[in-house]
Design a protein around this ligand. Structure first.
Ligand code: PHE
Length: 400
């Protein structure tokens, strides 16, 4: 059979325009890579009618589908499943915009309305099969790629992890937040005041006249004749009372400074002082407030005791003791056998202080209290040295 005996028919030609050889001849059909069909006709003679062409066009499409299927199977088996890119290339070759299967689908435009669903079904089935096979191949390729990476990296997944190093808040900061929380909930304002005070605010207005022995209670850093690093936060309360009228409920928080240094005293520490001023404020209210506060800091079982004492700015004055956190009041070495620990000072505001800030002591009464945050932190965390709180030693800080 010579080349002249082949008829080349472009897939895109419409049926009507085909001028085909006669139907009763024996025909066979195959596809060329350029997308043309070759009808092999023995003893070529006559013309093929449009219907006759169709009878050959259908088997031609079918054979093209099965050829494509075989071709795909072959190429898939030849694809390197260790390379994700080669699987992707295979996908593009068949399913891409200009892919072989896509072309085949496009070619269906030349079919009639009856034929289209028949081929559509077959082509779509092939497409689904190709898609699935490629998905599987992709998964395999991804797995192979990961295994390859793992074997190269020699990753020992049994090694313990490095973990994250979390930071934590400083114990003094925590206590400060707790104190603010407690008093703010009871309606107290918070005032941080200032580190440097004049003699008036730190001493004089608080009923501690110049050259009075009561000043000896607080060893003072003098910055000048008239300016000091505050020895307590009571000065903040003088500022506060000067600028406001009762009722007053406030706490003054911050660093204070004293010429003092041993295991339990530092030249700088933190204090919190409270002040309540209104008509009919009593010592009983002071006791109730501080009893609740002690329970908040040291737990439900914490007991409080008010021991008579002296402060120039309160009258009467008391030391506030809390049942020992180490022995729960039984008596141990830490509380020197007494079962109690001293937390701070308190009392009813001395009328002389009210006079100094222009509040009428006949009309108003008040109470005040003050304690050290460092001491509370030491008690709570059993810290033996006050300097640990400010020395920034990671080994210490990391325990909180
Ligand atoms: N200011 C006192 C001190 O620093 C504490 C205190 C405050 C005592 C308020 C009584 C009332 O020691």
């Amino acid at each position: 059979m010579g080349v002249s005996e082949y008829i080349y028919v472009s897939m895109t030609l419409s049926r009507q325009s085909l001028d085909m050889p006669c139907l009763h001849r024996k025909l066979s059909c195959c596809t060329l890579s350029n997308g043309h069909y070759v009808l092999n006709i023995d003893n070529f003679s006559g013309k093929l009618t449009a219907q006759g062409w169709l009878n050959y066009y259908i088997p031609a499409m079918q054979s093209q589908i099965s050829q494509l299927q075989e071709q795909f199977q072959r190429e898939l088996s030849e694809t390197d499943l260790n390379e994700e890119q080669s699987v992707e290339n295979l996908r593009l070759k068949y399913l891409g915009k200009k892919g072989l299967l896509t072309d085949l689908l496009k070619g269906m435009g030349a079919l009639s309305a009856e034929e289209r669903p028949v081929f559509g079904k077959q082509v779509n089935e092939l497409k689904a099969a190709v898609l699935e096979a490629i998905e599987q191949a992709k998964e395999k390729a991804a797995l192979n790629a990961m295994n390859k990476k793992l074997s190269i990296g020699k990753l020992d997944i049994s090694l313990p992890g490095e973990g994250y190093r979390y930071g934590s808040t400083h114990p003094l900061y925590d206590i400060r937040e707790e104190i603010i929380d407690f008093f703010a909930n009871m309606g107290f304002h918070v005032d941080l005041g200032r580190d440097i005070e004049t003699d008036w605010y730190n001493f004089e207005a608080l009923n501690m006249p110049k050259d009075h022995p009561s000043r000896d209670m607080q060893d003072t850093f003098y910055l000048s004749q008239n300016a000091v690093l505050r020895t307590h936060t009571s000065g903040t309360q003088i500022h506060y009372m000067e600028n406001r009228k009762p009722p007053i409920r406030m706490i003054a928080l911050g660093h204070v400074f004293r010429v003092d240094a041993d295991a339990t005293h530092a030249p700088m520490f933190q204090q919190c002082e409270g002040l309540v001023v209104d008509e009919n404020i009593t010592f009983a209210q002071l006791k109730g407030t501080l009893a609740m506060f002690a329970q908040k800091l040291f737990g439900e079982n914490a007991k409080t005791r008010f021991r008579p004492s002296f402060f120039p700015f309160t009258e009467p004055s008391a030391e506030l003791d809390v049942s020992c956190v180490f022995c729960e009041g039984k008596g141990c070495r830490k509380c020197k056998g007494t079962g109690w620990m001293e937390i701070g000072g308190c009392g009813s505001v001395d009328p002389a202080v009210f006079d100094n800030v222009g509040i009428d002591p006949e009309k108003y009464t008040g109470f005040a209290f003050g304690f050290g945050l460092d001491r509370i932190a030491m008690l709570r965390h059993h810290i033996p040295e006050i300097s640990l709180l400010t020395s920034n030693d990671q080994r210490f800080l990391e325990q909180f």
